[in-house]
Design a binder for this molecule. Sequence first.
Ligand SMILES: C[S@@+](CC[C@H](N)C(=O)[O-])C[C@H]1O[C@@H](n2cnc3c(N)ncnc32)[C@H](O)[C@@H]1O
Length: 248
Amino acid sequence: MQQRDTELAAGNAAEFAWQRDDVFGRIAGRYDWLCDLFSLGIHRAWKRRVARVIAQEPWAVLLDGATGTGDIMLRVLPGVLGQGRTIIASDISPKMLAIVERRLAGHRGAVELRQLDAERMPSVPSDSVDAYSISLGLKICDRSRAMQEAWRVLRPGGRLIVLEASNIPWAPLHRAYLLYMSVCMPLLGWLATGGDASAYRYLLHGIRDFPTAEGLARELGTQGFEDVAFERLSLGIVAIHKARKPVA
Ligand SMILES: C[S@@+](CC[C@H](N)C(=O)[O-])C[C@H]1O[C@@H](n2cnc3c(N)ncnc32)[C@H](O)[C@@H]1O
């Protein structure tokens, strides 16, 4: 456990481990509502944008890690239906996957649901997917391990798409944003979850300690990804990173 904690501090911005806390299972039914509350509804625009980015990439098989309630995959689906493309939506939480299953009622054939730990997916063969996406999940994983797994399962030339918390480039505004979040989020979160502090503690840690957009781009480059690019959304509160596993 000691070694795991040390590793968490290095690569897991939120210092979250699903093995220790089933917070996402506890809040699964309220997750989308909490996203609306914490982001004042802005997460919907981020999800629309990343869904468009994912749908536009060339893939026949997409693996979405830490898919949550499937909000983003449900937005990807209309653009890809009838094109013979397969989506594997995965999450560690069976309660989250149960929600995706209900929401996908009309599209069962187009999406395969899998319980997978983004840090270790031995049941997914190497070089087997054309695209791997992860949204708002990297800050609660050991991102080095999660990115190594993404690299392993991607075929050469495969695409990586990451939506994650980021930084507002103008530092005083970023500090003001963090201050606002550290004051409002515990208050709102405490009221909304009936005192389940985990739900917002991990989020706050994750937002504060996640690398800048440039920093994450460098990390992806160090992992061996090429053509790394990012776009900031909402002044830089979040960013979408895209990268490619080299063909050679
Ligand atoms: C913040 S939610 C993001 C959900 C969704 N991608 C979205 O953007 O709405 C994080 C999700 O990651 C899942 N999760 C946490 N640790 C995980 C891990 N190691 N592997 C896979 N999923 C994980 C949680 O169960 C939760 O559903």
